[in-house]
Ligand binder design. Structure first.
Ligand code: PHE
Length: 341
C-alpha cells in the first residue's frame, strides 16, 4: 500500500509538469485529487486495512495529498506568472513615446472673412440680422421697387421654385424689408449676412450660390455722408489703414442715389495689373440711400426718415485678399486648398 502511494505521488508530480494551461491543470486535479482518483480510493480503502497498518498508511496518504495540493498551487501560480509575463511583453506600451498630434481643424476662408466683417461692423454698432433664403417674388423684387416685368429684374438671374411666386433669394436685400417691418418705427443699424442663389453659368468668377453681407441703417437724420464714412472706415479696417477708396455713381432700383465703392488695387498699388484689369481699382460693393418707395414698404415715412444700404460679396473680398483666381475652389472642399488658410 505504501509503495502504491509513493507511485501515485511520483506519477502525479511528473504529470503535473506537463500541464501547460488552465484546462490541463483542471484535468490534472480531477485525475489526481478528484473523487475517483487513486489517492481518494486509497483513503476509502483505509477502513478495510488491518488496524495496525492504518496510522502509517493514513499518515502517508495525507502527506501525499498535501504534497499534491501544494504542487498544484505552485504550478497554478507559475502558469499565472508566465501568462502575465507574456502579456506584459506582448502588449508593452512605450510610455516615453511622444503623443500623436491631434489634427487641428480650421475655419473656411469665407467663414474667416465673414467673421472679420461681423467684427468690424459690430464695433460700429451694427447687429447681425438673419433672414430667409427662400423668398417670395414680392420681397426679392416687388417691395424693392421692381414690380413684375420691371427690366431691372434681369440683373438677377433667378432660381424659381415649382411654387409660383416662391424663389431662392438672389441677394440679401429682401432682408431690408423684413428688418424694417420688424423694427419700425425704431432706428435701425444691422448687417444681414447669408447665402444667395443665382441661375448662373458657373465659371471662375461666378457660382450659383454665394454669400452676401447686406447693411442697412435707417433713422431720422441719416445722410450719404454717413454711408461714405461707414464704408470708408470699413474698407480701412478690412484692407489696411492706408487703403484709398472711391465712390462711383451706379444704379439700383432700391437705392437713390446709388453708388459702388472701389478700393485701390492692393496688388499693384493703383498702378494697374491683371487683377484690377489695369484700372488700378477693385469694385467691392454696391450701395446707396434707401429709396423712398422701399422705406414706405418697410413702414417708414420717407418724409421723416432716411437710410442707407449696401451689399458686398465675401467671396469676392476673400478672392481679392488671398488672390484666389477661381471661385470654384471655395466650394470644392479640396484639402490642399483649404489647408492654406
Ligand atoms: N443687392 C444688390 C446686389 O445684389 C447690392 C446692393 C445692396 C446695392 C444694397 C445697393 C444697396 O447687387
Amino acid at each position: 500500500m505504501l509503495e502504491q502511494l509513493d507511485h501515485i505521488e511520483r506519477q502525479a508530480l511528473s504529470s503535473l509538469q506537463n500541464a501547460q494551461d488552465d484546462d490541463a491543470l483542471q484535468r490534472w486535479k480531477v485525475a489526481y485529487l478528484g473523487r475517483s482518483s487513486p489517492l481518494m480510493k486509497a483513503f476509502d480503502q483505509l477502513g478495510s486495512l488491518p488496524k495496525e497498518q492504518r496510522p502509517a498508511i493514513g499518515r502517508r496518504a495525507n502527506q501525499v495529498k498535501q504534497a499534491l495540493e501544494a504542487a498544484f498551487a505552485e504550478r497554478s501560480e507559475a502558469l499565472r506568472q508566465a501568462a502575465l509575463q507574456h502579456s506584459l511583453q506582448a502588449e508593452r506600451l512605450d510610455v516615453s513615446l511622444p503623443g500623436r498630434p491631434l489634427v487641428r481643424g480650421r475655419l473656411h476662408p469665407i467663414t474667416q472673412t465673414l467673421r472679420q466683417i461681423y467684427r468690424i461692423f459690430g464695433d460700429m454698432g451694427f447687429q447681425v440680422y438673419r433672414s430667409r433664403e427662400v423668398e417670395s417674388d414680392e420681397f426679392n423684387f416687388g417691395l424693392l421697387n421692381m414690380p413684375p416685368h420691371h427690366p431691372a429684374r434681369d440683373m438677377w438671374d433667378t432660381f424659381h421654385t415649382t411654387t409660383p411666386g416662391v424663389l431662392l433669394r438672389t441677394h440679401t436685400s429682401p432682408g431690408q424689408i423684413h428688418v424694417m417691418r420688424e423694427y419700425c418705427p425704431e432706428p435701425i443699424r444691422v448687417i444681414l449676412p447669408g447665402m444667395c442663389y443665382r441661375y448662373e453659368q458657373v465659371s471662375a468668377r461666378k457660382e450659383t450660390q454665394f454669400n452676401q453681407v447686406e447693411g442697412l441703417a435707417v433713422g431720422k437724420e441719416i445722410t450719404m455722408g454717413d454711408l461714405k464714412g461707414v464704408l470708408t472706415d470699413f474698407a480701412r479696417r478690412m484692407f489696411g489703414q492706408q487703403v484709398r477708396t472711391r465712390f462711383r455713381a451706379s444704379h439700383f432700383p432700391f437705392t437713390e442715389p446709388s453708388a459702388e465703392m472701389d478700393i485701390e488695387c492692393f496688388l499693384c498699388g493703383g498702378q494697374g495689373c491683371g487683377v484690377c484689369s489695369y484700372s488700378g481699382w477693385l469694385e467691392i460693393l454696391g450701395s446707396g440711400m434707401v429709396h423712398p418707395v422701399v422705406l414706405r414698404n418697410g413702414g417708414y415715412d420717407p418724409a421723416q426718415y432716411s437710410g442707407y444700404a449696401f451689399g458686398m460679396g465675401p467671396e469676392r473680398i476673400a478672392m481679392l485678399r488671398y488672390q484666389i483666381e477661381d471661385i470654384r475652389y471655395l466650394w470644392a472642399n479640396d484639402m490642399r486648398f483649404l489647408e492654406q488658410f
